[in-house]
Design a protein around this ligand. Sequence first.
Ligand code: PGA
Length: 237
Amino acid sequence: MKLLVLNHKMNIEYSVLNNYIKELSNIKNNNIKLVVCPSDIYLLKFKENGFTIGGQNSSFDKKGNYTGEVSAEQLKSIGADYCIVGHSERRKYFAEDDNTINRKIKLLLDNDIDPILCVGETLEQKNAGVTKEIIMDQIAKALDGIRKDKIENVIIAYEPIWSIGSGMIPTIDELQNVILFIKDSLKKVDCNIKVLYGGSVNEENISYLNNIDKLDGFLLGGVSLDTKRMSKLTNKL
Ligand code: PGA
């Protein structure tokens, strides 16, 4: 069973939401589990239509005077089971650092929400051959101080920054190497965790990417906005 996390980012107009939900509901496949991460204002709507939902972000604090923020507790109260954390766009545009990410993950876990932690290297870092170091550093800092039994609820999404929205994807060998590296590193501390791949996944390359051994699923950006493309993609899984 592959986990497909649909990261809508700041997309989808309200005027097309009902139609989108109707078409996405028609996708039936026992080999996949969909987690829809829409803009917060649509979360309840997806929940009411029977979807598993996740936030795209949550606050680093429990509650209080933080204009524009949504807490882990609030997400849980409307039925969210997942939340994306540390997406490269949040690291870049909202100055989200490792310490903030760590705080968010702890609060999500306290509220029984599975954090989907995004990690990945830039093109410069890839070319410098430091991908594994970068990823391990991000993971270690994000999971610092979290109990082992809790860590198993964290899902890691490997998203090379250079592949997000670019149409470029790593080779199967490169991906296989990184996925196994992440899994093995966490196994060394007795943690079995799920690992996803994200970055320019689409209905064309999904069959190719599905060859990666031990991969638990995919984080889908652009393709997740188009239900016809989603239908083609899921048909190949
Ligand atoms: P993409 O985005 O599929 O459009 O590359 C993935 C992501 O940013 O999660």
